[in-house]
Design a binder for this molecule. Structure first.
Ligand code: G6P
Ligand code: MG
Length: 256
């Protein structure tokens, strides 16, 4: 367990702010607490020169589109698929997502069939992505990104998605990030740290000089094993290896 100045540490080792739905009601000297977290101002991490953002679930929200596309494939194949299984797909590659879905299949699928299913899924997914607009980028995310840039930090994407550039275009962020490391330039996807190590390399920083922002457990594990600082948002605020639990995107400004 670590103690940070004017900060919190919980029994999982994470420090930070709880998402509203998990906040406790007790207050201790200005710190809001519950069984495993306390909320207060967070102290800055030392020597951070860059921020590496996961895309899906951090910058924008594509979960529903992944779900709809995989559901269509699963229904066509007569394979059970639900929200709980969808949750396991967060942060993992398309090929690994298919393997998770096929755990419920009643027969084996050949490599060719798997390739065809992934292509079909991606075509359906990309049709849904066309519904995304620059208005799907929240003001909070855009303002925070602009402030981080104004502070002189290098900003990169570290995503497992092969649709990263297409999504950034849809939400009006094409050309915004200094570098993009994504599913197209890696062999091993999260929890392997490759995508973040490549991002750090691209922005010419050491892992310990970068803060990774993640919503997926696989992503938090990737950040930790690569030697990066991490902040977990959404579901990732609760994982044991989450170093800084943040309730809102703007809380990144408290850390760097
Ligand atoms: C992100 C999502 C995963 C998805 C992966 C690959 O990490 O969280 O759910 O499987 O990207 O996405 P892609 O766009 O390449 O199919
Ligand atoms: Mg994600």
């Amino acid at each position: 367990m670590h103690i940070y100045h004017n900060s919190i540490i919980n029994d999982t080792g994470a420090r930070g702010i709880l998402p509203p739905d998990t906040c406790g009601k007790d207050y201790v000297t200005g710190h809001r607490v519950n069984s495993n977290r306390v909320i207060s101002g967070m102290s800055k991490l030392e020597n951070i020169k860059g921020v590496i953002f996961d895309l899906d679930g951090v910058i924008c929200f594509t979960d529903q589109y992944h779900f709809l596309a995989w559901k269509e494939i699963a229904d066509k194949e007569g394979i059970e698929f639900n929200e709980a299984i969808n949750e396991r797909l967060r942060g993992v590659s398309r090929a690994e997502s298919l393997e998770i879905i096929l755990e419920k299949a009643t027969r084996e699928y050949s490599a060719e069939e798997k390739t065809a299913l992934m292509e079909q899924k991606n075509n359906i997914y990309k049709e849904h992505l066309k519904d995304m607009l620059p208005t799907d980028l929240s003001k909070e995310v855009k303002d925070t990104l602009d402030e981080l840039r104004a502070r002189g930090l290098k900003l990169a994407i570290g995503s497992s998605s092969k649709n990263t550039e297409f999504i950034l275009e849809r939400i009006g962020l094409d050309g915004f990030f200094d570098k993009i490391s994504d599913g197209k330039n890696i062999i091993n996807s999260k929890p392997d740290p490759e995508v973040f190590l490549k991002a750090a390399d691209m922005i010419e920083l050491k892992p310990e000089e970068c803060l990774v922002i993640e919503d997926a457990e696989a992503g938090i594990h990737a950040a930790v094993s690569g030697g990066f600082h991490n902040a977990g948002i959404g579901s990732a605020s609760k994982y044991a290896k989450t170093e800084n639990a943040i309730a809102s995107f703007r809380d990144i400004l408290e850390l760097v």
